[in-house]
Design a protein around this ligand. Structure first.
Ligand SMILES: Cc1cc2nc3c(=O)[nH]c(=O)nc-3n(C[C@H](O)[C@H](O)[C@H](O)COP(=O)(O)OP(=O)(O)OC[C@H]3O[C@@H](n4cnc5c(N)ncnc54)[C@H](O)[C@@H]3O)c2cc1C
Length: 425
């Protein structure tokens, strides 16, 4: 391939990077690959909950994928991750109820590993890649990516430079500003006009029993609102920390662990921005910063009962009320109405009322709404080909580059880039 130190350097050991490495080493044994990650363990977002969705379009960015292309690659993802697909029941009953309200319920092939068991999966994947000769450099941050007449390469914090025939940039959502810096320096055009903004709902299992029939039910409501990332069993809402603010997210342990009788899921609204708004990412940052400002440095939470009455939740209402469960992620009790833009809140609340008709009980007064849950994964580089190549020898894939929105889509994106390298695109 080239006289560089490596044939391929992969930035990021999340599913997109792993998908590239698995495919390259499977098809071209002996290829030399270095995977770099700033974290202590190799994993990226595989570590959290690790639900795997094997039905298009879940987890895929539809403007970069066709159903045929996703379906061609999903069996390869499945071969590597070896999931145990979960059974579903009573789908038709929920679907009929939903259809009457103009809501679609997607039937998705799903597997769930759980945060406690995902480490076992990650270790197996890493051992397999090590056996195939892949090298790992962990706890090292890449600060720049370049290409010149001699090929492509990366700069590591501290100044060390490494060269490769090809560089895969797969830094995930948290790497969005790194990715933007690289694109700006290399003169790669990109658009960033979509952001998903929403809330995370937490309630007792008995108020949302649909999860006993369908682990992560995908309801698609009018106005671009959808359910996303449902967790149950031993489920918790968690903080996702960024520079200057926190977002909420959720995960659950594996079925082997005792349950805590709680469920959480996100309700997200996709916002497509038009000129003159420049950046969906920046809009996400502003909204998140506002919410964290109102929350005294933390996200906000409010009981549905208070929201309905138009009053804020307070520490006292969380401590001394009749309500039957404490929040799994105690943030600042407050008023979502002060922080969520009115149009977004209106559409999310309309979706929640429909959901309460499909699965009666979810709008119990004790149900907690957390905000902000925002997905900032919409840097869309101008790709030069269908393999997500952005410049000579440089490919950008995964959630950070807007080619995916979940584990399986990220892995499949990595395969597409690997195919490009093998074809010499
Ligand atoms: C709490 C939580 C729960 C989730 N649950 C699910 C789920 O159940 N199912 C699902 O499908 N999706 C889930 N997701 C989303 C999922 O994690 C992502 O869709 C997926 O991991 C994206 O893969 P990726 O490879 O693009 O990026 P990531 O998995 O984010 O990997 C990127 C890697 O790049 C590294 N990196 C970034 N910048 C640099 C740099 N400059 N130098 C070196 N390394 C760098 C990061 O440390 C990271 O390890 C969840 C996310 C969160 C936060």
């Amino acid at each position: 391939m080239s006289s560089s130190e490596y044939d391929v350097i992969i930035i990021g050991t999340g599913p997109a990077g792993l998908g590239t490495a698995f495919h390259l080493t499977g098809v071209a044994p002996g290829i030399s690959i270095l995977m770099i990650d700033r974290e202590r363990i190799c994993s990226g977002g595989l570590l959290n909950d690790c639900k795997q969705n094997y039905t298009y379009p879940i987890g895929f960015a539809t403007d970069n994928w066709t159903s045929a292309e996703a379906e061609r690659l999903l069996p390869l993802v499945e071969e590597a991750l070896q999931p145990t697909i979960k059974e579903k029941q009573n789908i038709e009953v929920y679907r009929r109820r939903a259809e009457r309200l103009g809501v679609a319920l997607l039937d998705v092939r799903q597997a769930h590993v759980g945060t406690d068991r995902s480490r076992v999966l990650i270790q197996r994947l890493r051992d397999e890649l090590t056996r195939r000769g892949v090298r790992f450099m962990l706890e090292r941050e890449v600060t720049d990516v370049f290409n010149d007449a001699a090929g492509a390469g990366v700069v590591i914090a501290g100044g060390e430079t490494l060269r490769a025939g090809n560089v895969i940039v797969a830094p995930g959502r948290k790497g969005f500003s790194f990715l933007q810096q690289v694109m700006e320096r290399l003169g790669i055009a990109y658009i960033d006009n979509v952001v998903d903004v929403g809330i995370r709902v937490e309630t007792r299992l008995e108020n949302y029993p649909v999860v006993n029939d369908y682990y992560d039910p995908k309801f698609m409501f009018p106005d671009g609102v959808r359910t996303f990332c449902t967790n149950s069993g031993h489920a918790r809402v968690v903080l996702e920390r960024y520079d200057g603010f926190s977002l909420v997210n959720g995960h659950a342990l594996s079925e082997q662990q005792a349950g805590n009788n709680l469920v959480n899921f996100a309700l997200l609204k996709t916002i497509g921005l038009k000129a003159p708004v420049r950046s969906g990412q920046q809009m996400g940052v502003f909204l998140a910063t506002l919410a964290n400002e109102i929350g005294g440095g933390k996200p906000l939470m409010q009981r549905v009962g208070d929201f309905r009455l138009g009053k804020r939740s307070t520490v006292e209402t969380f401590n001394e009320d009749l309500y039957s469960f404490p929040p799994s992620c105690p943030v600042t009790a407050g008023d979502l109405g002060l922080a969520v833009p009115a149009k977004i809140m209106r559409h999310i609340w309309a979706a929640l009322k429909k959901l309460d008709t499909i699965v009666p009980g979810v709008l119990h007064p004790s149900t907690i709404m957390y905000y902000p849950e925002i997905k900032m994964y919409a840097n869309k580089p101008a790709f030069l080909d269908s393999h997500f190549r952005v410049s000579n020898g440089i490919y950008m894939v995964g959630d950070g580059a807007g080619t995916s929105r979940g584990i399986t889509g990220a892995w499949a994106s990595g395969i597409r880039a690997a195919e490009g390298i093998l074809e010499g695109s």
